[in-house]
Design a binder for this molecule. Structure first.
Ligand code: PLP
Length: 343
């Protein structure tokens, strides 16, 4: 069946093959295997279903301009999954096993990787407590799965700035909680606020810190940046913010290009006076922010156009990701594909 690359969006498409491995509490991970993509069967008493003992990761495989299929800093995702597993009392997936599994499942679904510029193969590793457990405690068995899904470019027809609303009623994470790991339970509480903001015409919510309700934490599920007088600011990782790999890469790239990048607490009042804002994550890479509203106060940035620093960093990062530019930082990892047809 031919795939219509131009009609790809960011919605779910089933692919051919998924990866699955299991581990009993206190034992080693068993060797994983590739199986046909499909529904799984699970105990109604599974730890993940009852107590949210689960984590996810999000990464992309892209078709490089050289014809190969490449991953972007996948070892960082593996490391973050380990950090999350320790936080949620789950057995970490060894990094080598994680990387091998990602490569195997991408290679097995190579036909689903869109041509360069038409999107990417989104990779979704999940780790959850699959064994039955009645009392609140770590599950007796864990499952690590990876499925993949082709996605179109996040912004069809080029980047366009989004409008955001600062939430005055909700917070994403509290000190000492699970905000710094990709715990599945962190996301459902954001759905209602985000849905309400969308009803009002905003693309997403901006969350402030839960203690002083003053400092920017994140934009939905993306990290935040602003630019003032040529200096780039981003919220420091205080333990309530998810350490984005896109965020870390933008900081490195910007510094390498001569920008001063300051990681500190970023006051919403400072942001409303800044020159340019954007948010960053694997899905969109970078989204320009055209407006931010806090209550009745709204600031428009760069005349609701894509700002110059935003554009520069977006171009720099995406050209490394598709290998249009040299991989100066060693961020790209090629996926070995047996018999990959030339494009
Ligand atoms: C995944 C995620 C991000 C972005 O992380 P990347 O590694 O850049 O994709 C930011 N914030 C939250 C809450 C996330 O879940």
């Amino acid at each position: 069946m031919a795939i219509d690359w131009d009609s790809l969006t960011f919605s779910f498409t089933a692919t051919d093959i998924m990866y699955t491995a299991t581990c009993n509490q206190g034992e080693e991970w068993q060797k994983g295997e590739l199986v046909p993509y499909g529904n799984i069967s699970i105990s109604p008493a599974a730890g993940v279903l009852n107590y949210g003992q689960g984590l996810f990761e999000g990464m992309k495989a892209q078709r490089s301009v050289n014809g190969g299929i490449v991953l972007f800093r996948p070892e960082r995702n593996g490391k973050r999954l380990t950090d999350g597993a320790l936080r949620l009392g789950m057995p970490p997936v060894p990094l080598e096993m994680f990387l091998e599994a990602v490569e195997e499942v991408v290679a097995a679904n190579a036909r689903w990787v869109p041509p360069t510029g038409k999107g990417a193969l989104y990779i979704r590793p999940v780790l959850w407590g699959s064994g039955p457990i009645l009392g609140v405690a770590p599950a007796p068995e864990y499952t690590f799965m990876i499925y993949v899904c082709p996605v179109g470019p996040y912004f069809k027809g080029g980047m366009h700035p989004i409008a955001l609303k600062v939430s005055d009623d909700h917070h994403r994470a509290a000190p000492g909680g699970s905000g710094a790991v990709k715990a599945i339970g962190n996301y459902a509480p954001g759905m209602m606020p985000s849905k309400n903001a969308k009803k009002e015409g905003f693309a997403e919510i901006i969350y402030l810190d839960s203690v002083e309700h003053k400092y920017i934490e994140e934009v939905g599920a993306a990290n935040f940046f602003c630019v003032k007088d040529g200096v780039i600011y981003t919220p420091e990782l205080t333990g309530t913010i998810l350490p984005g790999i896109t965020r870390a890469s933008i900081i490195d790239l910007a510094r390498h290009r001569g920008y001063e990048v300051i990681e500190e607490r970023v006051d919403i009042d400072f942001v409303l006076e800044s020159d340019e804002c954007f948010c960053a994550g694997t899905a969109a890479v970078i989204s320009p922010i055209g407006a931010i509203c806090k209550g009745e106060i709204c600031t428009t940035y760069c005349n609701n156009q894509v700002g110059p620093v935003t554009q520069e960093l977006y171009d720099a990062l995406t050209s490394i990701q598709t290998q249009t530019a040299a991989d100066e930082f060693g961020w790209i990892r090629a996926v070995p594909i047996p018999n990959l047809p030339a494009k």
